[in-house]
Write a protein that binds this ligand. Structure first.
Ligand SMILES: [Zn+2]
Ligand SMILES: [Zn+2]
Length: 341
């Protein structure tokens, strides 16, 4: 089969490789659509500490089951499916207390998507492989995994009806936050430095957008849009830049919540004014990854038409044109790019 194989930093090549074999608890999926993701970009530019090359690049995909392991009971050949990129162990401390995103034995797979076929690992097949409802395209369904992370983030941000929420950073994740914050009944302020992303945020329901590249004081610009400048109820960070983490905290009103969602390069630090944290009773939290319940909820939201998938998937290329996809990914052109084998 044709596959885009990751060999090392900035080394991804289209190659002919063997179709994966499956074990008794796995299924083989013929990929119909795969999507690019910020994690792919990071991996391309910096590598990944957990995974040793070579491996097939990409992790967001949807397709059709073409082979079923002997122990798999829930899926048959021909079923349209989408898989998340992980599954919890269900017996470690964190799984037992219902916080599976921090599972200590998580089965995590960040590979396999930019190819013609992929084997879905056993724990993922049994917990995070979902049938795609009819009427939903493969491309739309492939949004499940990143959206599941955002559903997790929104469900832990305490957004109440009538709140004002700021979202800093309008890549695919930030733009999903815009849509879900609106669904939660909030007034949404969205910030970024790219005009295309700001106008997309507006189209997806942001009430106000701020071009941070033009604003000298990003915090002041956001606060100015809140009543008496007191700050937003909930501030969400979706860039993974430490400086933006710090600014996000400063946008929150007394008693509000800052959800620092974008993962920063390891080893980076931020500074917080202790007086502000203490007297303003601000909650600062990190939210990471997803759990099976958020994966299912994400698919529900997509199939209910609550997420504008077409606006998020801005480009589409055949797998044979993967070098072009890499260029766009590195230069952050478009939002999400669909790759069709
Ligand atoms: Zn992803
Ligand atoms: Zn666990």
């Amino acid at each position: 089969m044709k596959a885009a194989v990751f060999h090392g930093i900035k080394e991804v090549r289209l190659e002919d490789i063997e179709i994966p074999q499956i074990k008794s608890d796995e299924v083989l999926v013929r990929i119909r659509a795969a999507l690019t993701c910020g994690t792919d970009r990071k991996m391309y530019l910096r590598g990944h500490p957990l995974f040793t090359p070579p491996f097939v690049f990409g992790h967001e995909f949807a397709g059709e089951v073409v082979k079923v392991g002997s122990k798999v009971k829930d899926f048959q050949e021909g079923v349209r499916v989408v898989a998340a990129n992980s599954a919890p162990c269900n017996h470690c401390y964190y799984c037992k207390i219902g916080q599976q995103s921090m599972c200590e034995n998580i089965t995590l797979r960040l590979s396999g998507a930019f190819a013609e076929y992929v084997e879905v690992l056993g724990p993922i097949t049994s917990q995070n492989l979902l049938e795609i409802p009819s009427g939903l395209s493969y491309k739309e369904a492939a949004l499940v995994e990143p959206l599941a992370c955002v559903v997790h983030g929104v469900e832990n941000s305490n957004i109440a009806l009538g709140d004002t929420v700021v979202i800093n950073g309008l890549g695919p994740i930030g733009l999903m936050y815009v849509q879900l914050a609106r669904l939660k009944g909030a007034r949404v302020i969205a910030t970024d430095i790219k005009r295309q992303r700001l106008s997309l945020a507006k189209k997806l329901g942001a009430d106000e957008v701020i071009d941070i590249s033009k604003a000298e004081d990003a915090v002041g610009a956001v606060r100015k849009l809140t009543e008496r400048g007191r700050g937003v109820d909930v501030a969400i960070e979706a860039t993974g830049i430490p400086e933006v983490w710090e600014k996000t905290i400063l946008m929150v009103r007394k008693g509000g919540i800052a959800n620092l969602f974008g993962g920063c390069p390891s080893g980076t630090r931020i500074t917080i004014d202790t007086k502000l944290l203490h007297y303003s009773q601000i909650t600062i939290k990190g939210i990471f990854h997803h759990t099976p319940q958020y994966v299912k909820r994400a698919l529900n939201l997509i199939s209910q038409g609550r997420i504008d998938a077409d606006s998020l998937i801005t480009d589409e290329f055949p797998l044979s044109n993967f070098p072009r996809v890499l260029d766009m990914l590195v230069n952050q052109e478009g939002i999400k790019i669909a790759v069709i084998p």
